[in-house]
Design a protein. Sequence first.
Length: 229
Amino acid sequence: MFIEAIVQTPQEALRAEELGVDRIELVSGMKEGGLTPSYATIKQVLNEISIPVQIMIRPHSYHFSYDERDLETIYEDIRNVIHLGGKGIVFGALNQDKTINMYALETIAGISNELSITFHRAFDEVPSQEKAYYSIASSKNVRRILTSGGKADCMEGKEQLRRLVALSDEIGGPKILPGGGLKVDNIKEIHRHVEADQYHFGSGLQVEGDFSKGLDREKVRIVKNNTKI
């Protein structure tokens, strides 16, 4: 069972590894929903921890329909990640009609054959998650899709998450990574219903739910125990 946690600094990354988190999502600007971290932060984290690192690639928080200048920034940020030795990125892009921007996704997948891509919660804005899943699955290097099942959080979206996990298992496509509103008092129920093999936590693993206070050792312990069912 994989537990992924959001971190924003090298100190938080080291803390996550120490507490037994299996993978981290490195971001900046959590108040804006998560943006691309700085070059220096990426470099430090990649040099200092051994667990897998997925790096957010998101130039702004306005929307997920990127123009050509946005996309050039995105491609350059990904090349920088690769230059630093990173392989994991978190990315999502939509067309104006909220369908998956396959041109952007396939361009990114073609930058390096070693990329491990998480398609993020832009997936929760698409008109049909099943159709979007098949589109994403046709692109190489997308390993997982972060989603709350198209709802505000995983508890509300648990029925759809269960269907998406079954679809992933059926076709052997990208794994479903439930995320959004996960915390110690609901992960057991959600896991029993959804039966994913990995989960993504944000404020639910932080001391008092506050990113400025860092990861809570006891919450990490409880979550890891509650997903062994």
